[in-house]
Write a protein that binds this ligand. Structure first.
Ligand SMILES: Cc1cc2nc3c(=O)[nH]c(=O)nc-3n(C[C@H](O)[C@H](O)[C@H](O)COP(=O)(O)O)c2cc1C
Length: 295
């Protein structure tokens, strides 16, 4: 049986939701899929034992989160003359082309180690920071992503390469935006918990870097914050203030399956053209396949 390994990070579940669709597809097509969650510190799998290898992450400030780069750096260089192909799956809140540059640093780290990128896919998923997407928008996003993922995964198993294009000066821009890695750590120390807190400990338990502790009955946010939003997004009583970015906080999981004709639209003008293009381009792909299959 052929084997797939997907190493992923997901702050608030979007990337995990996408990865799960891949797992479903691979399993249905006779592959045995292993998931490695980067929350776990010890990576002791042999990538060369897998037929397919992928990395998945949410885009943070037009980059991969710092734990993804750390993971890539931690991988051993492949033996001389050995090459291993891999695919990238990423999610982000808006479909701007600028988001494509998020993989440039990851690619360059992995290239030096003998890894060759063959396929790269990006899915628009609801924001976990900035503002809350409407239910209708989320419904549309998931409708597109869940229908396109089988097409993308088919390319991977058929060895059909597919890569994204990058904007001019992408490397430089990604370098500048990587200030978020440092900024996140700085801002993370300024998270606060207000007195509605239930002390349920969910944030402490789930933080991927064990950055939250309690000292003298007070919450302490330490210096290893990834700004992944898992703590504040999932807080049952919305008690966590996320430092300088508190106005951008999004709290509470999304419902991906409800469409409401009468829902009040918000942020209608925000990246409007970009979303329209993303939906149209992917819908066209879905329709073409359906027509070809005569469904
Ligand atoms: C710190 C931070 C920075 C982000 N930066 C971007 C960005 O540059 N572009 C974008 O479209 N979305 C951005 N997002 C939104 C996430 O990429 C998006 O919501 C993603 O699907 C979250 O995935 P997850 O639930 O797996 O963590 C950012 C989110 C966070 C928390």
């Amino acid at each position: 049986m052929k084997r797939v390994l997907i190493c992923y990070f997901s702050g608030t579940g979007n990337t995990f939701k996408v990865v799960n669709e891949y797992v479903k597809f691979f399993n249905e097509h006779g592959y045995d899929t292993t998931l490695f969650n980067m929350d776990n510190k010890e990576f002791n799998l042999n990538i060369l034992e897998y037929d397919l290898f992928g990395i998945a992450y949410p885009i943070h400030a037009f980059n991969a989160p710092s734990n993804i780069l750390k993971f890539a750096k931690s991988l051993d260089k492949l033996p001389k003359k050995t090459k291993k192909s891999y695919f990238i799956i990423k999610t982000s809140g808006e479909p701007l082309k600028l988001n494509n540059i998020s993989s440039l640093k990851l690619r360059s780290i992995l290239k030096k180690k003998g890894y060759v990128l063959t396929n790269e896919y990006h899915y628009c998923m609801p924001y976990n920071i900035i503002f809350r997407h409407t239910n209708n928008m989320v419904y549309k996003m998931w409708n597109i992503a869940s229908n396109v993922i089988p097409l993308d995964a088919t390319e991977i198993i058929n060895n059909k390469e597919s890569k994204l294009s990058y904007v001019l000066f992408g490397r430089l821009l990604a370098f500048i935006f990587r200030i978020e890695h440092w900024g996140g750590r700085f801002n993370g120390k300024h998270y606060k918990v207000n007195d509605t807190c239930l002390k349920c400990g969910k944030c402490i338990k789930n933080c991927p870097t064990n950055n939250i502790t309690i000292e003298n009955n007070e919450f302490k946010f330490n210096k290893n914050c990834l700004m992944c939003m898992r703590c504040s997004f999932n807080c049952p009583v919305d008690a966590i203030k996320i430092g300088l970015f508190n106005k951008w906080k999004v709290n509470g999981s999304y419902d991906f399956n409800s469409y409401d004709e009468n829902e009040v639209q918000t942020h209608q003008k925000y990246c409007k053209k970009s979303y329209q293009k993303y939906f149209a381009r992917n819908q066209k792909r879905i329709d073409e396949i359906k027509t070809n299959k005569n469904i």
